[in-house]
Design a protein around this ligand. Structure first.
Ligand SMILES: Cc1ncc(COP(=O)(O)O)c(C=O)c1O
Length: 410
């Protein structure tokens, strides 16, 4: 069925989440389809951050650690993220970057499975996760094997040699989503631990860490959680591992009593053991404020809208640009909150889109990615984006020298 502007307007007026768009600051004329890379700015963040700088830091100075409770920001913010990923209170902290948290968890997992040497992952995993595993292997004198298989082969590749299965739930290129529960169960059946990277999951759709019996999880907060560029990441440790895990990066903030200033390291018995150094107070304050938008909705509603937006985009792009190849699964339950297409000049196509106000991104070698953050996107946005994409493809408008100039960040 061919849709028109009026029927799209009707969908927007019937959208129960439409009121959330006003909580975000999006520049006029921009259709923002890159919330899977960097979430948009929630309007409340600026004033909260200004207050943290001028009132808290400016006036309280060092007293702020106690009087504004900066010291507990990792667990306070962590507990709010825990609710969004189905984790128990006290099992998740906000800290460091995803890469660092991958390293901490992998080292911990290897320690918990002595005698096993294999980290199992897939070729769709985000490179930093694989690089951290390679770094750990170097550090341990090569006594670890990083075994990589195709995403659809993970289940059959799980065997008694695997210490830990390290997967990202949603493939950053195609949006393909693993079945967390099934794969975690299979990992446990061969005695392996399961670690999940939730960078493209947290804040996008419901995640059930506790129900899926996941051992460890990590993730970032600058995508669907809208924490801002470089916002701190999070790490989850299942209750059953709290007492025995331990963090290889034994910084003072993971100590049981940092202000006892003991010469020897005693890990905290809580998830705080995953802390390393002084928390990034301003960045965590911004993230804490950005999480407020989730108090106005729930992840089931967000997922339902994300599916509707993505399905609309796919059908419009298929109709308007029949030669573009869909790189994402067609079943919306097997996809995260993004849709990708392949085009051999994908980089240039994306620059032409950005030039016309439709912001997505490009992933080598040929993927154009569009993220659907239902908190701030309308059906009209998605319809218009497909229309502009059609103009660019039909008229070869991407073929200009400036659109082929690669920037450092793609
Ligand atoms: C799945 C996944 N893991 C990790 C990262 C990046 O980690 P970091 O925040 O340490 O740069 C990304 C970045 O896009 C990602 O998509």
């Amino acid at each position: 069925m061919e849709l028109d502007a009026v029927s799209i307007e009707q969908r927007d007026s019937a959208d129960p989440l439409a009121h959330l768009q006003q909580l975000f600051s999006i520049p006029d004329g921009v259709i923002y389809l890159d919330g899977n890379s960097l979430g948009a700015l929630p309007k409340n963040v600026s004033s909260v951050l200004t207050n943290a700088v001028e009132e808290q830091w400016g006036k309280s100075l060092i007293k702020g650690w106690n009087c504004h409770n900066w010291i507990d920001l990792p667990s306070r913010v962590g507990n709010r993220i825990a609710k969004l990923v189905g984790a128990e209170e006290g099992t998740l902290i906000c800290a460091d970057s995803t890469s660092l948290n991958v390293f901490k968890v992998l080292a911990t997992a290897m320690k918990l499975r002595p005698g096993r040497k294999v980290i199992l992952s897939d070729t769709g995993n985000f490179p930093t996760d694989l690089y951290m595993a390679q770094g750990l292997k170097e550090l341990t004198g090569g006594d670890i094997e990083l075994r990589l298989v195709a995403p659809e082969e993970v289940e059959t590749a799980l065997d008694e040699t695997v210490a830990v299965m390290m997967l990202t739930e949603v493939d950053y290129r195609t949006g393909r989503k693993h079945d967390m529960k099934v794969l975690t169960e299979k990992a446990h059946s061969v005695g392996a631990l399961a670690m999940w990277d939730l960078c493209h999951s947290a804040g996008a759709f419901p995640v059930h860490l506790k129900d899926a019996n996941v051992d460890f999880a990590v993730g970032c907060s600058y995508k669907y959680l809208n924490g801002g560029p470089g916002a701190p990441a999070f790490v989850y440790v299942a209750p059953k591992h709290q007492a025995t895990s331990g963090n290889p990066l034994t910084g003072w903030m993971g100590h049981d009593a940092p202000f006892a200033f003991d010469l020897g390291y005693t890990p905290s018995a809580k998830t705080d053991q995953m802390r390393v150094g002084t928390p990034q107070v301003l960045a965590m304050t911004a993230l804490n404020a950005s999480l407020d938008v989730f108090d106005h909705t729930n992840l089931e509603a967000l997922q339902a809208k994300s599916i509707e937006l993505s399905e609309l985009f796919i059908s419009e792009v298929k109709r308007r640009c029949p030669n573009l190849e869909l790189a994402s699964p067609t079943d919306p339950m097997k996809r995260g909150s993004q849709v990708s297409f392949r085009h051999e000049q994908g980089y240039a196509v994306m620059q032409a889109l950005i030039d016309r106000g439709v912001i997505g991104d490009f992933r080598a070698p040929n993927i154009i990615r569009f993220g659907f953050a239902p908190l701030y996107l309308s059906f009209a946005d998605v319809f218009k984006a497909a229309e502009i994409l059609e103009e660019i493809i039909a008229g070869d408008l991407w073929d200009k020298p400036e659109y082929h100039q690669k920037s450092k960040v793609t």
